[in-house]
Write a protein that binds this ligand. Structure first.
Ligand code: NAD
Ligand code: 0WE
Length: 262
């Protein structure tokens, strides 16, 4: 029997078969969890329905995390379908395209800052608030996805780095509040992966090549690597872990220097 048997998981942030959310969903299904998915808009509806079906789920629902009304509607729907649930995955990040190229100082705007923080960080608190009555007192877990740009000045990541720093603080504050109510909150800081969110970001291929050469495991991480760590963190195997940011980046973040020919 899988180590997530008896867990019901809502996954927010599935867009394609390259999504980190897809790696997470596959690991959850393999370990015996029951799944529900949201999709951002009608363009993604049929694709998400099809992928859900592959993992034995008929539960899909529209959700733009920028809307409190839509967040409430999702929770009402799940209350009807499930009564309650044990796992919430937040795999969402967004900043307007123009924020992710050039230097930070040149690209950052008040509007770009506001959108990045709203969609990429506040949405975690908004979802947690709305899910609380359905998730409390069930040995539950909330998981979000973050990136090294939260704690280091990564070229071009720009205002998304600030939003991820806010997201990581959000994990700690939520963990402190929700732990006593039976919900552990954690984050995974994933290494760079070529997903839709990375498509067309200038220099992304070069970045992947660099990380592949210098990271301790000498390869890039995959959605499967992240999915396995996510399944662990959201299962009772991680009952002692709360408010933590777990790096699933092949150890890239611990390197202080790389010497050619080493
Ligand atoms: P992805 O494009 O597959 O997923 C991003 C998801 O965010 C999509 O499903 C999209 O629909 C959703 N989204 C964006 N705005 C939304 C909104 N307003 N409402 C609802 N959904 C919205 O890309 P991904 O790489 O799988 O990204 C998932 C998470 O992983 C993000 O938080 C990202 O920052 C994080 N992350 C990605 C990498 C990477 O290199 N790909 C590395 C570390 C962390
Ligand atoms: O969090 C991310 C990407 C998030 C993202 C991607 C897009 C592309 C489409 C947020 N907003 C948008 N807006 C769009 O219009 N990652 C961790 C992947 C990523 O993005 C980078 C990276 C890495 C890694 C951008 C610059 C440098 C490195």
């Amino acid at each position: 029997m899988g180590f997530m048997a008896g867990k019901r998981a809502l996954i927010v942030g599935l867009a394609s078969n390259r999504s980190i959310a897809w790696g997470i969903a596959q690991a959850f299904a393999r370990e015996g969890a029951e799944l529900a998915f949201t999709y951002q808009n009608d363009k993604l509806k049929s694709r998400v329905e099809e992928m859900a079906g592959e993992l034995g789920s008929k539960l899909t629902y529209p959700l733009d995390v920028g809307s409190d009304t839509e967040i409430d509607a999702v929770m009402q729907w799940l209350k009807k379908e499930w009564g309650g649930f044990e796992v919430l995955v937040h795999s969402v990040g967004f900043a307007p395209r123009d924020q992710l190229s050039g230097t930070y100082i040149e690209s950052v705007t008040r509007e770009g800052f506001k959108i990045a923080h709203d969609i990429s960080s506040y949405s975690l608190a908004a979802l947690a608030k709305a899910a609380l009555p359905l998730m409390e007192k069930r040995n539950s877990a909330i998981l979000t996805l973050t990136y090294l740009g939260a704690v280091r000045a990564v070229p071009n990541y720009n205002v998304m780095g600030l939003a991820k720093a806010s997201l990581e603080a959000n994990v700690r504050f939520l963990a402190a509040d929700l732990g006593p109510r039976g919900i552990r909150v954690n984050g995974i800081s994933a290494g760079a992966i070529k997903t839709l969110a990375a498509a067309g970001i200038s220099g992304f291929r070069k970045m992947l090549g660099h990380m592949e050469r210098v990271s301790p495991i000498r390869r890039n991480v995959t959605p499967e690597d992240v999915g396995n760590a996510a399944a662990f963190l959201c299962s009772d195997l991680a009952a002692g872990i709360a408010g933590e940011i777990l790096y699933v980046d092949g150890g890239y973040n611990i390197i202080g220097m790389y010497l050619e020919d080493s």
